[in-house]
Design a protein around this ligand. Structure first.
Ligand SMILES: [Mg+2]
Ligand SMILES: [Zn+2]
Length: 184
């Protein structure tokens, strides 16, 4: 089974410093859903892992988060894409949970749910903590320059093996080309 793990805000949809607090504020980055469809066609199962501390901060509740994710799933389906599951951490840093990235808890939950080893599984994020969380469990980190990506790149300190791409569509171009090269 081929698996890929994506961050949500700044990777699939435009990020906001004010948080994505409602379905209306959830707006896909052009080409991201089509890129997920191409992954599906190439046999990838696509899972999202997202920190949503806006819940702990009281900015929105779980019902609203579900509505946002319903919009995500519907938009994905309209683009011919299928997202298998969305794992989220509702905590703030003060909660000291095991799931908030850069901790690897969400990714370990994904490994358990899909019964896979995460070694070599691509993980895509726009923040350092996405890449650190993936690196800790053996994922291959991909930084995108959408969302907070430009700022993440300039701060540096990326995990070893991180490659940098313009956006999710460019990551998918790269992954599918690597697969085609390997098959040739
Ligand atoms: Mg992000
Ligand atoms: Zn958590």
């Amino acid at each position: 089974m081929k698996l890929i793990i994506l961050d949500r805000d700044g990777v699939i949809n435009h990020d906001s410093d004010e948080f994505i607090k409602s379905p209306d504020e959830w707006v896909p980055i052009p080409g991201s859903l089509e890129a997920i469809a191409r992954l599906n066609q190439a046999g990838y199962r696509v899972v999202v892992a997202t920190n949503q501390s806006g819940i702990a901060r009281g900015l929105f509740n779980i019902v609203t988060l579900n509505a946002i994710h319903q919009k995500l799933h519907t938009a994905a389906q309209q683009a011919g894409a299928d997202i298998d599951a969305i794992f989220f951490c509702p905590h703030s840093a003060d909660d000291h949970c095991d799931c908030r990235k850069p901790k690897p808890g969400m990714l370990q939950d994904i490994a358990a749910r899909f019964d896979v080893n995460l070694k070599g599984v691509p993980t895509v994020g726009d923040s350092l903590r996405d890449l650190q969380s993936g690196f800790m469990v053996g994922c291959v980190p991909y930084l995108v320059l959408t969302g907070k990506g430009e700022s993440t790149r300039s701060k540096g300190g990326l995990p070893p093996g991180t490659t940098i791409h313009a956006d999710l569509a460019a990551v998918v171009d790269h992954l599918l080309k690597s697969t085609a090269d390997a098959a040739a």
